[in-house]
Design a protein around this ligand. Structure first.
Ligand code: BZD
Length: 838
């Protein structure tokens, strides 16, 4: 029962109810009050860290007022809500974003100055919330920003990892993983010690007959772990809607210690229990492309699904609506297969606890869930061993088998002549041991399945889920091309460009309606506009050069062409193609006459990204980049003509410095492997061009910006299969001579001990070149040559970049969210809350 203040006493509350600061003076007062009282510091010992803390706490007060009102409003109106279940939210920093979204930038900047601090320095004190690996986690974060901005009643659900993705250090050119203690000080979260859920593991299933003679199952005698809610406010831009991101933290169900055990002398056992429980939400798994089938990962998934569903069902039940209304009140989106256990969990609740009949429970479940696929690569599709699921979640395994039974019966009835199809589409793979195919369960348990770019969604329909298209018809499968939030990726990361655009468009409306950018195209020949646009790009490059000097100790010339590839390190993303191209460039430069060299376009090749700790090949790619950098950067023949930089510990806040500084960024995956990519959109939006393959969203970027404003190369997805086949069965293949020379140079020890690099070279020469590096090398190098030439004509280059920016409106995550809302969730925005007296 919720406590509520009686009507007669509410006047006093209203009088004292928290007020948000509106003026610089009020802002300063709040900051100083927090520094003096919350932090117990003073003007004699206030460093930048304390200034950050004080500012964050002042902003947080303000967010929390709007957050409370939004939640009250939503409780009152009880609209259909969206629940975005993602094991990852790569949020980055919150302070700058909060200041911009509530429109307090000038006040905060001036206020901080009056208190003796520079806003940039204060902001950079914050640690990133790095609760994600890469694109999937960052997409979830962009979606939260759009959901709030568009006033959709929406919650994110995830885990509160004590350690986010590891910090990357480079030692002797190798990646070293260091723990990320991001929670040391986190003003953005609110522990809700009163919002807990007990989650069960292991145990057994008992069948019984109730009073009415109905057969029921109950899951019992398991081990209980408690989930505690931690909430983080998600402010929309230019609206009072402030949504909630709820993160679950695990703790022992009996609190700190089991006192029975403790008092009976089993001190160690009691502590061990506690630690075992806390382990569940301790670490984010750093693998972004390989399913390792670890028990703790499955525990994380269930813990989070069970706590979130309990919470969602609890909220629904408060409204006293009938169960048939559930899917009219609740839309749950599964971000990849990681939350797929939510499907059997909802079934368990409906069947075992609410005593619904199977058919009704199933139609509610299917109507509730939508599933987003992010990869078609087989090694990344989750499959859990049946014995493991049986042991950890015995009741869920039964339900999964029942779902499969009903599904296969349906298939059998409808496709009686296609008996081989049954084993192909079965949720249970008949391997040794048997495995649960989570992607199939997600498809079967959802009413819509979407890919994240057009090509990817086509591949989803024609490859991994081909049979399901036949079974369910094509309408169940759809596309929602990814997008990015222009608030963080333009306004925040590139404030000067945002201001320039605003000055021409008469305000910042384009940040809420990115299609308005098309009006920028009218200024493509405007000399004053061009001058400022060029100056902004240069300033952003100077900023990255300064950062590179300070952090990596490498001097780069900001007048060079800045070529950037930052993303997770993976063979399919082909950083190896890039670094082989760099080596080729180096060798070409070395063999040129001074006269020829003087005509060469100087270039800096930046790389950044983390490798999964157990992914040897990816780690060797990082090593090769660093070793090449050491040799090239110190070569007096080369000077500024070529520099190679590995930017360590790539993360969201670094992306905000890196993205606006590119001339060219690289999105060069083997065609058909990169589901969408989202950094490609960020780079173009910030006035950089792309070198890319016909893959993922590159294709739609080309459609939007025009073929003249992007540099495409390489083989097409439709040819990949034949090319792979040729590597294995064709006549012994001839390596392109320049790639051969690159390999010879690596093997000769030019970049240090060649041993570590043998796997990289061999995978291409001896092991079938799965990612088709050799097939695309020539076209890649030629295209880089075209880029050098094109860049020399600075005026034409500028025209291309401005044109491209003006055509990027489609890639706002606001557009995605509206598509999800309409096609998948069937939810409407709720007008933002009114404030006191407003
Ligand atoms: O998702 C990425 C895809 O590779 C990108 O092409 C796409 O743009 C984004 C967003 O749709 N996938 C991931 O980032 N995947 C993971 O991070 C991941 C994490 C855990 C387990 C499996 C995959």
């Amino acid at each position: 029962v919720e406590a509520s203040v009686p009507e007669e006493q509410r006047e006093a509350w209203k009088k004292h109810s928290a007020k948000e600061f509106k003026t610089k003076d009020q802002f300063e007062a709040d900051v100083v009050r927090h520094i003096e009282t919350t932090l117990a510091r003073s003007l004699f010992n206030c460093d930048e860290a304390a200034a950050y803390a004080g500012t964050a706490l002042a902003l947080r007060d303000r967010l929390i007022i709007e957050w409370n009102r939004t939640q009250q409003q939503q409780t009152f109106a009880d609209p259909k809500r969206v629940y975005y279940l993602s094991l990852e939210f790569l949020m980055g920093r919150a302070l700058d974003n909060a200041i911009l979204n509530v429109g307090m930038k000038d006040i905060a900047k001036q206020g901080l100055e009056e208190l003796g601090f520079r806003m940039e320095d204060v902001i950079s004190q914050e640690r990133d919330a790095a609760l994600g690996n890469g694109g999937l986690g960052r997409l979830a974060a962009c979606f939260l920003d759009s959901l709030a901005t568009l006033n959709y009643p929406a919650w994110g659900y995830a885990l509160r990892y004590r350690y986010g993705i590891f910090r990357q250090e480079i030692v002797d050119g190798y990646q070293v993983e260091v723990p990320d203690y991001w929670l040391d000080f986190n003003p953005w979260e609110f522990p809700r010690h009163d919002v807990t859920v007990d989650v069960q593991f292991y145990g057994g299933v008992r069948k019984y007959t109730d009073d009415s003679g109905k057969q029921l199952s109950v899951w019992e005698n398991g081990e209980i772990v408690t989930a505690v809610a931690y909430d983080a406010p998600i402010p929309g831009y230019g609206t009072r809607t402030t949504n909630n991101l709820r993160l679950w933290s695990s703790k022992a169900s009996h609190g700190e210690f089991d006192f029975t055990k403790f008092n009976s002398g089993e001190y160690e056992a009691s502590v061990a229990d506690q630690q075992r429980a806390e382990t569940i939400s301790a670490v984010l798994y750093p693998n972004d492309s390989l399913d390792r089938g670890k028990e703790l990962r499955l525990k994380q998934q269930y813990f989070w699904c069970a706590a979130s569903l309990f919470d969602i069902v609890r909220r629904f039940k408060k409204s006293k609506k009938a169960w048939k209304e559930f899917a009219n009140q609740v839309a749950i989106q599964l971000n990849d297969t990681h939350p797929t256990l939510a499907i059997p969990e909802l079934m368990r609740i409906l069947l075992d606890q609410e005593s619904l009949e199977w058919d009704e429970a199933w139609s509610i479940t299917q109507a509730t869930f939508g599933y987003t696929n992010h990869t078609v690569m087989p090694e990344a599709l989750e499959k859990w061993s049946v014995p493991l699921v049986q042991h950890l979640l015995p009741r869920h395994l039964q339900i999964i088998y029942d779902i499969n039974f009903h599904f296969l019966q349906y298939v059998e009835r409808n496709f009686p002549k296609e008996r081989e199809m049954l084993s192909r589409v079965s949720i249970i793979e008949e391997s040794e041991p048997k495995r649960v195919r989570m992607a199939f369960l997600a498809v079967i348990g959802s009413h819509k399945v979407n890919g994240v770019a057009e090509l990817h969604s086509d591949l989803v329909r024609t490859t991994i889920f081909k049979d399901f298209v036949k079974i369910y018809g094509p309408d169940k499968f759809t596309n929602v091309t990814n997008g990015i939030t222009p608030r963080r990726w333009l306004h925040q990361a590139n404030p000067r460009l945002s201001a320039l655009i605003a000055s021409k468009l008469g305000g910042h409306d384009f940040l809420r309606d990115l299609n308005l950018l098309h009006k920028v195209e009218a200024y493509v020949d405007d000399e004053e506009f061009r001058k400022e646009f060029r100056a902004i790009k240069y300033a952003n490059k100077v900023r990255l050069a300064k950062y590179t000097k300070e952090v990596e100790g490498i001097t780069v010339n900001p007048s060079s062409l800045f070529d950037i590839q930052v993303k997770r390190i993976h063979e399919y993303k082909r950083q190896q193609l890039n670094i082989f191209g760099v080596i080729h460039r180096y060798l070409e430069l070395k063999s040129m006459s001074p006269e020829a060299r003087s005509k060469v376009q100087p270039r800096v090749s930046f790389f950044g990204g983390k490798a999964a700790p157990g992914y040897w090949m990816a780690k060797m790619v990082i090593h090769l980049i660093n070793q090449v950098g050491k040799v090239v950067n110190a070569d007096p023949d080369i000077g500024d003509l070529l520099k190679v930089v590995f930017l360590s510990d790539y993360n969201v806040s670094k992306a905000e410095i890196i993205t606006p500084a590119s001339d060219i960024s690289e999105h060069i995956s083997t065609a058909g492997t990169e589901a969408s990519g989202t950094s490609n959109m960020k780079f173009v939006l910030n006035g950089g061009l792309i070198i890319g393959t016909c893959d993922g969203a590159n294709i739609e970027i080309t459609r939007e910006v025009g073929e003249d404003n992007i540099f495409l190369f390489g083989n097409l997805a439709e040819d990949v299969e034949d090319l792979r086949h040729a590597h294995f069965y064709g006549d012994s293949f001839q390596l392109d001579p320049s790639l051969q020379r690159v390999f010879d140079t690596i093997r000769s020890g030019t970049f240090g001990d060649a041993g570590p690099f043998s796997g990289l070279v061999d995978s291409i020469v001896d092991h079938g070149d799965y990612y088709l590096v050799s097939d695309d090398f020539k076209s890649y190098v030629e295209t880089q040559g075209l880029i050098d030439e094109a860049y020399k004509d600075q005026e034409a280059w500028l025209t291309r970049t401005i044109t491209a920016v003006s055509r990027m409106g489609f890639f706002s995550s606001d557009r995605c969210i509206d598509e999800y809302a309409e096609m998948i969730w069937n939810v409407e925005p709720l007008p933002p809350p009114k404030m006191n007296g407003a």
